[in-house]
Design a protein. Sequence first.
Length: 546
Amino acid sequence: MQRFVLVILSLVVCFVTSEAAGKRSSSTDGAFVKNPMLWADVPDPDIIRVGDTYYLVSTTMHLMPGAPIMRSKDLMNWETVGYVFDRLTDSPKYDLLEGTAYGRGQWATSLKYHNGRFYALLAPNEAGPMGDTYIFTAEKAEGPWTLLSRMRHFHDCSLFFDDDNRVYVIYGTGELMELKPDLSDVIEGTHQKIFEREADETGLLEGSRVIKYHGKYYLLMISHVYAPGRHRREVCYRADDIHGPYEKKTILESPFGGFSYLAQGTIVDSEYGDWYGVMFQDRGGVGRVLTLSPCRWIDGWPMLGDEEGLVPTLMRPLKSGEPERHIVCSDEFADAKLGLHWQWNHNPVDKAWSLTERAGFLRLKTNRVVPNIYLAPNTITQRMEGPTCSGVVKMDISKMKDGDCAGFAAFNDGTGALAIRKQGSKLVLQFEEWTVKLTPKDKTVEKENVSEKVVESVNLNKKQSQVWLRIDADFRPGERGGKDAANFYYSLDGEQWTKIGTNDYRMRFNWQQFFMGSKFAIFCYATKKSGGWVDVDSFTYHVDEK
């Protein structure tokens, strides 16, 4: 009886209380999941449970390695444990040659576990062969993953293994195809439109995620009608047969935290039999963040939110006692292998970076003459997080060459940068504002569409070998949604800090350009001749409690 009571208590899903939940300690004892569950750019989620462990995959588009796999035991503490692929090689665009892949690349990966193996299906948002669907498989979610097959493009798709081992892809707006049993290709002639849009479904209707529960098929999708008084929502299509007919119900229509309505994601159960919904919300400069909600089965529908149908502020973690884990991390670069919390902007040039040439440092070497950061290889990034966060980079700049530009940035199509420039024998530290307007079709970076504005400049002693660069970011709600403010500082001794540049530099999110939240970025590129480098000693990160 006592065990029964403990189990029942552990299934208490939602506690909507005041913010006085206390600080997070080294474990989750007495703590709450505070929405957003992940206040960082983690869009297009798919989440599955295998045993007592949850695995989450998200979109990172042009960042490499791609399709990050995150792991949690309690739906509160998440860590990156692997990537589905190291790089994409279908086009020189992924190498920042002959165009770019900004806002393209890996999108909306579907993650499944079937008969003892993991499967990941993704389709880059590209035209032609670059957009062909990839299917990867692995024995462990952490990898290594191997490419199983390529086939035609499926937009925002869901891979689905049925109980009879038949395999389907549901994609686009209610389209279905069956795959061959070995997943090598589609079965021709199986294409079907499983439902038609209703009259009110005039905007977005995508983001397919499919589950089967008590013999019924459930297709979850984001719906957004672009009309006054209409909001983004999550809808569910339900059928007794995967081929239909389907009926529809809105399962979530909720604003949250002073930002817009949210939707797109999936639902997942626990080992105890309770259910949760994981949906993302657009939050401006930080990107698209993840929320956690209770999922209650009411009249056979997976209804999300609290008793009023709203995303709660606080929830009990699924388990107590789990150690803190994070997807954004400090780094002393003491290992010979790069930490999984880092991603490169496009494919890296492997010969131009090293963790071993100088032990305890990340060396970034120039290897290609480029006009600006948007075409520079080997810019290394991590997400920013809300409500406020801070990153500090300690960097050895003594080996820079004439024309080199290195530093630390809040990186996006609009970038605020602490840029150190070598000009002959001079060293100059500048706060600069950079913007790029990509061509719509090929996402190319043309010189006339890049703006580089110097806001403030400081001459450094040419013998200055080390600098400390700091970015403070603030994503708390403000008058225009998120405050989305970044402030920039430098130090020449690691103790005394000087503010530089624009006060409250405005970070932004532009789905027509990079389609990502602003990232911490460490960079080093050559504008005159290659061969210089910087050594990054450390990246120190702090995020405030929600």
